[in-house]
Design a protein around this ligand. Structure first.
Ligand SMILES: [Zn+2]
Length: 61
C-alpha cells in the first residue's frame, strides 16, 4: 500500500506529490516540502489543524 499526499489537494497550485509507505512518512515529506517550497514556519506545520487537514487529503493506493 502506498500513501500519497498531493499539494494540489490542499488547494495549492503545485504539482508536488509526496509518496511513502506509511502515513507518517508521507506527512513528514509533505511538511518538509511546504517548509522548503511554500515558506511554512515550524509553528504552522506543528499546528494540529494543519496536521489534521493534511491527513485528510492523504490517499491510500
Ligand atoms: Zn507544494
Amino acid at each position: 500500500m502506498t500513501y500519497t499526499l498531493a499539494c494540489k489537494d490542499a488547494g495549492v497550485d503545485c504539482d508536488f506529490v509526496a509518496k511513502g509507505e506509511t502515513e507518517e512518512q508521507v506527512l513528514a515529506e509533505g511538511i518538509k516540502h511546504v517548509k522548503e517550497v511554500h515558506g511554512y514556519t515550524d509553528e504552522q506545520v506543528n499546528d494540529p489543524k494543519f496536521l489534521e487537514e493534511s491527513k485528510k487529503i492523504i490517499k491510500k493506493t
